[in-house]
Design a protein around this ligand. Structure first.
Ligand code: ATP
Ligand code: FE2
Length: 333
C-alpha cells in the first residue's frame, strides 16, 4: 500500500504503559495499541514493569502495524518518550527506537512526555492556547504556553494526585488503579469530614491529606465512603483553586483537563465551573488520549521534527528528570 503522506511510529515508555501509535504527518490516527502493567499488589516495581515491556514490545509494535495496515518499511520517523519517567523503563523505549531507526535508516526523535499530553489535547480537542491541568499517576501540573515554553504555574511539592488516590485505595483494599473505584465510592456519600487542605503559593501538597485520611480509616470511626468523598472533595478543590488562579493570571480563554485523573466526573465538574466563571472554553481530552498513549508521542515527534529537522543522535538520550518548562516549543512561535 502506498501512503500519500509520511508516517510516524510513536513509542510511549515512561511508566506502566508500553504503547505504540501510528499516525500520518497530517495528524490522522492510524492505530494505537497499549500494554499496561497492573501490579498484583503494591505500586509500580520498575523491574517487573521493565520485564513486561521487554516481553511485549514486539507484539505491540506488530499489532499497531497490522491495525494501521502498513509495514515497518512504510514508517518515515520514529518518536519515543525520552523524559520524564522511570530510568529503566525509559531506556527500553529509547533502545527500541534507536534499533528501529538504525535498521530502517530513518530519523528518531525524543519527546517530553508532559508536553506530549498537552499537544495531543490541543489536537484532539481542537483548541489553540489552553491553560492545562495535567493530573495523572506521576504528575500534577498546571501549565500554559508563555515566552516560547510550556511554563509551569503550579505543581505538586510531593506526591501526585493520582498516586495519592491509588495509595489510599490500596489501604482500603482496592486494587490498582484506585482512581475509578474511589470515584464510585465517593458517590455513596455527601458527608464531608475535615481534612488538611494544603496549597502553598501556587503549589500543592497531597502527602498530609493522604496521612490524615489514612488515620481516619485506621480509627474505624468513619464510614469508608465518607472518607473517600472527603478526600476527593479536598484534593480536587485544591487543584481547582490553583487552576483558577493560573487562569486569572494568564488570562487564557481555554482550559484543558488531561492525564488519567481527568476521567473523574467530579473533577471535570469543578474545572468546568471555574472555566465558565472566567468565560473560558473547557475541554476534557478523550479518555483514550488523556492517559499514556503512543499517539501523543507520535504527534509531538512530528511537531518537533517538522520545526527542527533530524535530531543529533545525542539529543535522543533519556532524561528521567527533565522538566517540561526547560524546553523551547519552536512549532508554536
Ligand atoms: P503519567 O506518566 O503521565 O504520570 P500515568 O503513568 O499515571 O501517567 P495515566 O493513565 O495518565 O498514567 O493515569 C493513571 C492514573 O489515573 C492513576 O493514578 C489512576 O488511578 C487515575 N485515574 C484513572 N481514572 C480515574 C478516575 N475516574 N478518578 C480519579 N483518578 C483516576
Ligand atoms: Fe502520562
Amino acid at each position: 500500500m502506498k501512503f500519500n503522506t509520511k508516517l510516524v511510529l510513536g513509542i510511549e515508555s515512561t511508566a506502566h504503559t508500553w504503547s505504540v501509535g501510528i499516525m500520518d504527518f497530517n495528524g490522522k490516527v492510524m492505530s494505537v495499541v497499549n500494554d499496561t502493567f497492573i501490579p498484583d499488589k503494591g505500586g509500580l516495581h520498575p523491574y517487573l514493569v521493565k520485564e513486561q515491556h521487554l516481553n511485549n514490545f514486539k507484539r505491540v509494535i506488530r499489532q499497531a502495524l497490522r491495525d494501521a495496515n502498513c509495514k515497518m518499511c512504510d514508517i518515515d520517523l520514529i518518536a519515543f518518550s525520552k523524559s520524564p519517567g522511570l530510568g529503566p523503563i525509559l531506556k527500553i523505549g529509547a533502545q527500541v527506537a534507536r534499533m528501529l531507526g538504525q535498521l530502517l535508516n530513518i530519523p528518531i526523535i525524543g519527546v517530553n512526555h508532559c508536553i506530549a499530553h498537552i499537544e495531543i489535547g490541543r489536537l484532539m480537542c481542537n483548541i489553540e492556547d489552553p491553560l492545562t491541568l495535567y493530573v495523572s499517576g506521576g504528575n500534577t501540573i498546571v501549565s500554559a504556553y508563555e515566552s516560547n515554553k510550556y511554563q509551569i504555574f503550579g505543581e505538586t511539592l510531593d506526591i501526585s494526585i493520582g498516586n495519592m488516590i491509588d495509595m489510599f485505595a490500596r489501604d482500603i483494599g482496592l486494587s490498582h488503579p484506585g482512581g475509578p473505584k474511589i470515584e464510585k465510592l465517593a458517590h455513596q456519600s455527601k458527608r464531608y469530614v475535615q481534612l488538611p487542605y494544603v496549597v502553598k503559593g501556587m503549589d500543592l501538597s497531597f502527602s498530609g491529606l493522604y496521612t490524615a485520611a489514612k488515620k481516619l480509616i485506621d480509627s474505624k470511626t468513619y464510614e469508608i465512603s465518607d472518607v473517600a468523598y472527603s478526600l476527593q472533595e479536598t484534593a480536587f478543590a485544591m487543584l481547582t483553586e490553583v487552576t483558577e488562579r493560573a487562569l486569572a493570571h494568564t488570562e487564557k480563554d481555554e482550559v484543558l483537563l488531561t492525564g488519567g485523573v481527568a476521567a473523574n466526573k467530579r473533577l471535570q465538574e469543578m474545572i468546568a465551573y471555574i472555566s465558565k466563571e472566567h468565560n473560558a472554553k473547557f475541554e476534557v481530552v478523550p479518555l483514550k488520549y488523556a492517559g499514556d498513549n503512543g499517539i501523543m508521542i507520535a504527534w509531538t515527534g512530528i511537531l518537533r521534527y517538522i520545526s527542527e529537522g533530524r535530531p543529533n543522535l545525542l539529543n535522543t538520550m533519556i532524561d528521567p528528570k527533565e522538566r517540561m518548562d526547560t524546553l523551547t516549543i519552536p512549532w508554536r512561535k
